[in-house]
Design a protein around this ligand. Structure first.
Ligand SMILES: [Zn+2]
Ligand SMILES: [Zn+2]
Length: 337
């Protein structure tokens, strides 16, 4: 089979390798669609601590079951399925506290290699985070299960109410998903970012206010009666944005820090503001099986992710998709082996 390997910064290599054989309780999936992701782009551009190089690449996918190992229940060959690339171990110290996204093994036991013809899914993923694909979803839409699970996880920690104003900083796929989910919860949403085209897309997808970074403070004041946003969601992974995000939140509000920065990054905050204004800063990482189920329900109910899939490429043109993303061209690309 063909599989894409990320071998260095900006370097993808197509390798031919044997199709893996599923062991007990494992599933061999024929990839029908895989999606590019912001994390992949970071890895492609600068390397990423959680994506080893050289190594298999891609983690958002859906497909058809090519073969099941002994003991797989509820699925059979030919089933169209959607899945995430990780699942908790259920036995470590964090899993015992039900903090499944923080499972001590979740990153070591995740599966990379969705930009390939086949992927082998281990038992813990098959049991917890693999589902039959609903017929109304295309394979590319079904591959949105993983990023949507991350976004659902962020929203699970904050109760967004109808009267709330939510500020989203960043117009990548994650920022847009946050915007769409906040709208679904009934909030008024302000979106800011650097790219005109993406801001316009945010607007067409339901953002109430879009504005450029330079006009943000004024826009937030104008639309929140001078208070600041109830919730600010940082979706850029840029140090200066992490620092300035607190400037837009109201007293008692929450700043969700969603975009991961480079390892070793340090930010500083005004303690006076944090303390006397009772700000909540919340880091968000990954997702739990409960979030995956919620994301799956959202997709099945028609939460429309199609507009975030800019186009598609065959596997052999994976580099082209990432080169376009590196130029800010497009939101997500579907890679069809
Ligand atoms: Zn992703
Ligand atoms: Zn665990």
């Amino acid at each position: 089979m063909l599989a894409a390997y990320l071998v260095g910064r900006g370097m993808i290599e197509m390798r031919t390798m044997p199709v893996p054989e599923p062991g007990e309780c494992e599933v061999l999936l024929k990839i029908e669609a895989a999606l590019t992701c912001g994390t992949d782009l970071k890895a492609f551009q600068r390397g990423h601590s959680l994506i080893p190089m050289p190594g298999p690449f891609g983690h958002e996918f859906s497909g058809t079951i090519a073969k099941t190992g002994k003991g797989v229940k509820g699925f059979r060959e030919g089933d169209a399925v959607m899945s995430t690339h990780s699942a908790p171990c259920l036995s470590c110290r964090y899993c015992r506290k039900k903090l499944f996204n923080l499972c001590e093994k979740i990153m070591q036991t995740k599966v990379l290699g969705a930009f390939a013809e086949y992927i082998l899914l281990p038992e813990h993923i098959v049991r917890q985070n693999m589902f039959l694909k609903s017929e109304r979803l295309s394979f590319a839409e079904a591959a949105m299960l993983e990023p949507l699970s991350c976004v659902v996880h962020g929203h699970s920690g904050v109760r967004i109410k109808k009267s709330d104003t939510v500020l989203i900083i960043g117009t990548g796929p994650i920022g847009l998903l946050h915007m769409m989910l906040a709208k679904r919860r009934g909030a008024r949403v302000i979106v800011t970012g650097l790219e005109h085209k993406r801001l316009a897309l945010a607007h067409s997808l339901g953002a109430d206010v879009i504005c450029e970074a330079s006009a943000l403070l004024m826009a937030v004041e104008e639309h929140t009666d001078g208070l600041g946003a109830d919730v600010v969601i940082e979706c850029t992974g840029q140090l200066d944005v992490w620092e300035t995000a607190v400037n837009y939140v109201r007293r008692g509000g929450m700043v969700m820090l969603f975009g991961g920065c480079k390892a070793g990054s340090i930010v500083t905050y005004d303690t006076h503001r944090l303390h006397y204004d009772e700000l909540q800063l919340k880091g968000i990482f990954h997702f739990t099986p409960k979030d995956v189920k919620a994301a799956r329900t959202l997709l099945a109910e028609g939460f429309d992710v199609k507009p975030l899939i800019t186009g598609s490429y065959p596997l052999a043109s994976l580099s082209t998709a990432f080169s376009r993303l590196a130029l800010g061209d497009g939101i997500k690309y579907a890679i069809i082996p």
